[in-house]
Design a protein around this ligand. Structure first.
Ligand SMILES: O=C(O)CCC(=O)C(=O)O
Ligand SMILES: [Fe+2]
Length: 316
């Protein structure tokens, strides 16, 4: 089957020759500009860690709903802990997605100025290793994400350290999503309605079943079928905005399986890489040209995130 998205090898950037690094920068830049999605192999995220977190996630979602609801924290816009089935919806949609999820956020050392900014992660008594495994995976995703942003900032002519200070102790979120088996004719054929991600980039570990699709420039839905050990990366709205639409935040969704697979749940683990909340998302001057005039007003990452969380029903 023809791949819907290009595939790149991150080890060529991290430990390759100068020529391999430059080739990687070009391939990643082309992929982010042309379709906003890319598959990445040799990303450095330990397979055992992914598997252990998957297993712990499965056990968590199998807990009775009243137990899971103990970990749904009011007033936190779902940013930490559990969000129950049917809460989140895409910004244009009235119908909620067919999913529940658990989110893990940033941790900073005691005394760090951001300590007051980030609520504590939620510990699950019934599954004591869950939050800790998730946070180990969080750090691994941060490492891979930082390398990808180095490559893209070279592509943008900003030098490879441009994002470093903006993502150190940034507001990223690891989300473990569970789409339960479908037991009756659903009101919507969609597990997660079409949307664009809010953040800089998203790194998604191979889901336990198919269903992820992107909307290409010809307005066709294309199935994304990652190979074993491949993670799927996409550009989010913050990076699209920073680059004045030069890099594309592509619409995507998760569709229901065919009826014979309704009994299969789907688990997926996206990592939404966010910067620190005071990052300025004003369009880069180098991305504003006669052919591509300025599209957005200045805004900070924190202000932008608040606006978006309201639109998707997570923040009141
Ligand atoms: O479940 C997936 O594979 C993707 C979910 C997604 O796009 C999201 O949560 O933003
Ligand atoms: Fe998404």
């Amino acid at each position: 089957m023809k791949r819907a998205i290009p595939l790149v090898d991150l080890s060529k950037f991290v430990s390759g020759s100068a020529a391999e690094r430059m080739a990687f920068v070009q391939e990643l830049g082309d992929a982010f500009h042309n379709i906003g999605f890319v598959g990445v192999i040799n990303h450095g995220i330990p397979k055992a860690l992914i598997e252990d977190f998957y297993a712990a996630s499965k056990r968590f979602f199998a807990l009775p709903v009243d137990i899971k609801k103990k970990y749904e924290v009011a007033g936190m816009a779902g940013q930490r802990g559990y969000t129950s089935f049917g809460k989140e919806h895409a910004k244009q949609s009235q119908v909620a997605d067919l999913k529940e999820f658990f989110q893990i956020g940033q941790e900073v050392p005691a005394g760090h100025p951001f300590k007051a900014k980030y609520p504590d992660n939620v510990q699950v008594t019934e599954e004591p290793e869950y939050a800790d495994l998730g946070f180990q995976l969080y750090r691994a995703f941060e490492g891979a994400g930082a390398q990808l942003l180095k490559a893209i900032s070279i592509h943008l002519g900003l030098g490879e350290t441009y994002f470093d200070s903006k993502i150190t102790y940034g507001n990223s979120i690891l989300r473990s999503i569970f789409y339960p088996p479908i037991t009756q004719e659903p009101a919507s054929a969609i597990r997660a309605e079409q949307h664009e991600d809010i953040n800089l980039i998203t790194l998604l570990v191979g889901a336990s079943a198919g269903g992820l699709e992107l909307l290409n420039k010809e307005n066709q839905w294309m199935a994304i079928v990652p190979e074993e050990d491949e993670i799927v990366i996409n550009v989010g709205d913050m990076l699209q905005r920073l680059t004045n639409n030069y890099l594309k935040s592509t619409t995507h969704r998760v569709v229901n399986p065919p009826r014979e697979d309704w009994h299969l749940p789907r688990l997926s683990i996206p990592f939404f890489l966010h910067p620190v909340s005071d990052m300025d998302l004003s369009c880069l001057p180098s991305c504003i040209t006669a052919d591509n005039p300025l599209h957005y007003e200045p805004i900070t990452a924190g202000e932008y995130l608040d606006e978006r969380l309201r639109e998707i029903g997570l923040k009141k």
